[in-house]
Design a protein around this ligand. Structure first.
Ligand SMILES: Cc1cc2nc3c(=O)[nH]c(=O)nc-3n(C[C@H](O)[C@H](O)[C@H](O)COP(=O)(O)O)c2cc1C
Length: 370
């Protein structure tokens, strides 16, 4: 059986394959997760939840915990500034319908770090250990952590972090191969991921799942991640934005962009699910704009199309605009393969840096508490 298509055991949880959709703040809502799941994602996560927002029973955070009946497996990720808050948050989400719980130790967002959460933990190994210990003890579900190589490029401590979290009994860890101070244009450091995974395996006295993350944008890059790091699974982030077909490509070991018809079906379904999920027509349209701009990458005349889609006020309007443009495209057109499209945003050298968007998303999410 093809490597990534093999099932994966995470503690007591068995998932159907080894291609995971990352928790993506502002992106991994129910409609997007369903699309990725339909196209093969073995595990998906809700958007990162702040332990502070959980304590305050923040409404948006409550909404983010919803699970669709089609989601047969679902993970949650929490972040928190103190071991106590993380313990409380893990105990809280443990009572909800999640199959696995992850602790974020990699988020670079300004306010998250200033509060002592996310990648700030990488600067304080004792607090990191205590936080993982308390989180681990608060649930019997599979418990995992996601971290970066270090807080800065000059203070890479991936081996120490891997050893510490494994000693505390995590079932899985994910290494994002960049330091917090590196922007997303810097290529991911596969060798350092490998070193971290190696140390984790040496430390473990039971089963451990190690996941590689960063710059996986197609089957070739997934294979490179697997071969260079010996990871058990890959976690996809930017590579899935506008390209949920990436899961199918990796599972089937081929890189082929969808036909125009398949592309249209998936985009329409995503839009319909946005409408169904958010109920409010205008909100659904606003939240669909960024997805649409990602979906049209690699098509001819997409600048003009993008300008139209960026202003949609309803999902119906988006359907009309897309139909109008697609009608002018040759039926055998494929993204990134047409003569007019030399551009690719999915390449590993992608300049797309989500940090500012993540800052904004986060500010919206916890704004009510400040
Ligand atoms: C829009 C966006 C939101 C993200 N939100 C989260 C998050 O909530 N939790 C998390 O652990 N990582 C988050 N990340 C980081 C990714 O999971 C991943 O570690 C990073 O993008 C590197 O992988 P990539 O090169 O495949 O994109 C986010 C990334 C993006 C682009």
């Amino acid at each position: 059986m093809k490597f990534f298509a093999q099932p994966l055991q995470i503690g007591p949880l068995r998932i159907r394959n080894r291609v995971i959709l990352a928790p993506l703040a502002g992106v991994s809502d129910i409609p997007f997760r369903r699309i990725c799941r339909e196209l093969g994602a073995g595990l998906t996560y809700v958007e990162m939840l702040s332990a502070i927002a959980i304590r305050h029973r923040n409404k948006r955070t409550r909404d983010m915990m919803a699970r669709h009946p089609d989601e047969d497996v679902l993970g949650v990720q929490v972040s928190g500034p103190t071991p106590e808050l993380v313990e409380e948050a893990v105990a809280f989400v443990d009572q909800r319908s999640f199959d696995t719980i992850d602790l974020n130790m990699g988020c670079p967002v300004r306010k998250v770090v200033a509060s002592g959460s996310g990648s700030a933990l990488l600067k304080d190994p004792d607090r990191l250990t205590e936080t993982v210990r308390r989180g681990r003890a608060a649930t019997d579900r599979p418990f995992s952590v996601k971290f970066r190589l270090g807080f800065t490029r000059d203070s890479v401590n991936v081996e120490d972090t891997a050893e510490r979290v494994v000693r505390e009994g995590v079932d899985m860890f994910t290494v994002h191969g960049r330091a917090r101070d590196e922007n997303y244009a810097a290529p991911v450091d596969l060798e350092r991921i490998r070193i971290g995974i190696c140390r984790g395996r040496e430390t473990a006295d039971g089963p451990l799942v190690a996941v590689g993350n960063g710059d996986v944008v197609d089957f070739q890059s997934a294979l490179r991640m697997r071969e260079a790091t010996e990871c058990d699974a890959v976690m996809i982030s930017r590579g899935a934005l506008g390209n949920p077909w990436i899961f199918r490509e990796i599972l089937e070991e081929r890189t082929a962009h969808p036909t125009l018809e398949e592309w249209g079906d998936v985009v329409s379904r995503h839009l319909s699910w946005q409408e169904e999920h958010y109920r409010d027509e205008s909100l659904a349209a606003i939240l669909s704009r960024k997805h649409l701009l990602w979906y049209i990458k690699g098509f001819p005349r997409n600048r003009e199309l993008g300008a139209k889609l960026a202003g949609i006020e309803s999902i119906g309007e988006a359907h009309t605009i897309l139909r109008e443009y697609a009608a002018q495209w040759p039926r055998d057109l494929r993204r990134f393969e047409g003569p007019l499209s030399g551009e690719s945003r999915f390449g590993p050298s992608s300049k797309y840096d989500p940090k500012y968007e993540m800052d904004r998303t986060h500010d919206r999410g916890v704004g009510a508490l400040e």
